[in-house]
Ligand binder design. Structure first.
Ligand SMILES: C[S@@+](CC[C@H](N)C(=O)[O-])C[C@H]1O[C@@H](n2cnc3c(N)ncnc32)[C@H](O)[C@@H]1O
Length: 307
């Protein structure tokens, strides 16, 4: 991948390292390897023999991660996989319980910046939005084929878009004339549809629509729920799961899953899992970090320990 554009700056690194208790001999899963920012730091803080199992489903990110993690040799293993499938991967690869799992959700700056991936409403690109481009429907597939009620639901549920019905209706009309294939076409449609006086000057009016389709295309909330439910047996007792989320839908899911498990929920069929929450309130970036890395502003970090 070309790396001339802005690199991805990892968020809340010190906080993650501390909560994970990084130390020699320890083994961690980075479930959202991205450009390897957190993984590098974990590897440095677990020298000389700590290990990282890196999971990533985006091929371009994997290529970059392989490059930056190469100096760590066999201490870093990388798999192209959905983190929701971690239990299956552990079984297949014979990987034993680990000391910690990190999930840094959402997109990397590199994905956002590459217009041909279709994540960004700035510039023009195909309406794709798949992080894993091997399979699945693109955003264009959904925009051009979902029944209007379902479009409205996607926009409402995943974008918390108050103009969901209107935007769904406008999509219906537009696609009756010609298919909506580009990020620009979708952005312009949203601009035309939300009444001007309700358009924020600070947040782009297309933000919620793009977030909604991205979450739906990648089944982001389902994947998160799956790992929060089934990931605990992959941790040693005392092992920790850290999750960084970037919007309220994800944070709510993490908070509720941790609370349910702290009260004594199930970690899957036949297993009683209990966890202890180590972050009663989510950890937010310092003012300094928020200033230096604006993307970090919405980040919330929660951590729980398997007991
Ligand atoms: C915010 S970035 C992570 C950045 C990384 N922590 C770093 O410092 O470079 C999120 C990454 O997770 C990946 N990702 C998101 N959901 C995933 C899933 N279900 N399985 C595997 N990778 C996923 C995305 O493709 C993206 O590269």
């Amino acid at each position: 991948m070309e790396m001339n554009g802005p690199r991805h700056i990892p968020v809340l690194v010190e906080e993650v390292i501390t909560l994970l208790g990084c130390a020699p001999h320890r083994v961690y899963v980075d479930g959202t390897l991205g450009a390897g920012g957190h993984a590098i730091e974990i590897l440095k803080r677990t020298e000389p023999d700590g290990r990282v199992i890196g999971i990533e489903w985006d091929e371009e990110a994997i290529i970059e991660a392989r490059k930056v993690l190469a100096p760590f040799g066999e201490r870093a293993r990388i798999f192209r996989e959905n983190f929701a499938n971690l239990p299956g991967l552990f079984r297949e690869e014979g990987i034993g319980p680990v000391d910690g799992i990190l999930l840094d959700l959402g997109l990397s700056s590199i994905q956002i910046e590459r217009q041909e991936r279709g994540f960004s409403f700035r510039g023009e690109g195909p309406l794709d939005m798949r992080m894993d481009q091997r399979t699945g429907e693109t955003a264009a597939d959904l925009v051009n084929s979902l029944p209007l009620e379902e479009l409205e639901q996607v926009l409402w549920k995943y974008g918390e878009e108050r103009w969901a019905r209107r935007i769904a209706g406008a999509i219906g009309e537009e696609r009756g004339r010609s298919q909506i294939e580009t990020t620009e076409a979708l952005r312009k449609l949203v601009y035309r549809t939300i009444p001007k006086r309700f358009q924020s000057r600070t947040i782009d009016p297309a933000t919620r629509t793009f977030q909604a389709f991205r979450i739906r295309v990648n089944h982001e909330l389902e994947n998160l729920e799956q790992i929060l439910e089934g990931g605990w047996p992959l941790l040693k007792r005392g092992g920790r799961m850290c999750v960084i989320s970037f919007h309220s839908l994800e944070d709510r899911i993490v908070k509720q899953a941790f609370r349910r498990l702290e009260r004594g929920g199930s970690g899957g069929p036949g297993q009683q899992e209990r966890v202890q929450i180590l972050t009663p309130k989510p950890i937010r970036p310092s003012e300094e970090e928020a200033r230096e890395n604006p993307r970090s502003r919405s980040a919330k970090l929660r951590c729980a320990e398997r007991v």
